[in-house]
Design a protein around this ligand. Structure first.
Ligand SMILES: C[S@@+](CC[C@H](N)C(=O)[O-])C[C@H]1O[C@@H](n2cnc3c(N)ncnc32)[C@H](O)[C@@H]1O
Length: 202
């Protein structure tokens, strides 16, 4: 893992500063707009969604802990150098180890966006991640999975692994569907699932 380059640090510091004044200079793709302007407000509004884990942190997500300041918002990132973009409650490590790092049912929601195909690249790794999320989410908890259906970021069909049996598709009210393709250029889509009770998922 590489340390943050000075240029990346300046960009991150600038973003952190400007966001305090409500100035957002990021160039956002449609999927990010949907994430931040449709999905996040629904999670903020929903009182059942209190403990939220966001996997994968970067400079452009560093203000998310502030967005969810009224929630128990946690982050996880495999790159130790990106911990500076995470929440106070931040886990350094791979989402493949979630099953051993968190207690059973302690989360209400997991956001796994842009991690599949960006490091989480093997069927075994995705399966372990899904099993860990199944363990850490309460029954009925929400998993939001976002991925890019591009050769460079879809090393295998993500829904081909058996770990998905622990989850059932969920019609996410604001998007009126179980999935949402938000950006035709980078072929990004979000998929929504509820965690099945453990005895059914196993
Ligand atoms: C494309 S960025 C997406 C960041 C963020 N999740 C978002 O929605 O914008 C992918 C991030 O996932 C991290 N990542 C890749 N594999 C991971 C893994 N197995 N566990 C945790 N983080 C991982 C990478 O280090 C990188 O910071």
């Amino acid at each position: 893992m590489t340390k943050l380059l000075p240029r990346a640090k300046v960009r991150a510091d600038l973003h952190r500063l400007l966001m305090r004044f409500g100035i957002d200079t990021r160039k956002k793709r449609l999927d990010r707009v949907v994430l931040e302007q449709v999905i996040f407000p629904e999670l903020q509004r929903d009182t059942r969604m209190h403990s939220i884990l966001f996997v994968g942190c970067a400079w452009y997500t560093l203000h998310y802990p502030w967005v969810f300041r009224d929630k128990d918002f946690r982050t996880m990132e495999i790159d130790p150098d990106a911990a500076c973009f995470g929440a106070d409650k931040h886990l350094v490590g791979s989402c493949e180890s979630l099953g051993t790092l968190l207690s059973r049912g302690e989360l209400d929601c997991v956001i796994l966006n842009g991690v599949f195909g960006f490091g989480l690249n093997t069927p075994d790794g995705l399966n372990r991640t899904l099993q860990g999320i199944h363990h850490a989410l309460r029954a009925g908890g929400l998993l939001i999975f976002g991925w890019n259906d591009l050769p460079a970021h879809a090393p295998f069909p993500p829904f081909s692994v058996e770990g998905w049996h622990c989850f059932e598709p969920y019609r996410f009210p604001p998007l009126k569907g179980e999935s949402h393709a938000s950006d035709l250029i980078n072929r990004h889509s979000f998929h929504f699932f509820l965690n099945r009770p453990s005895s059914i998922g196993k």
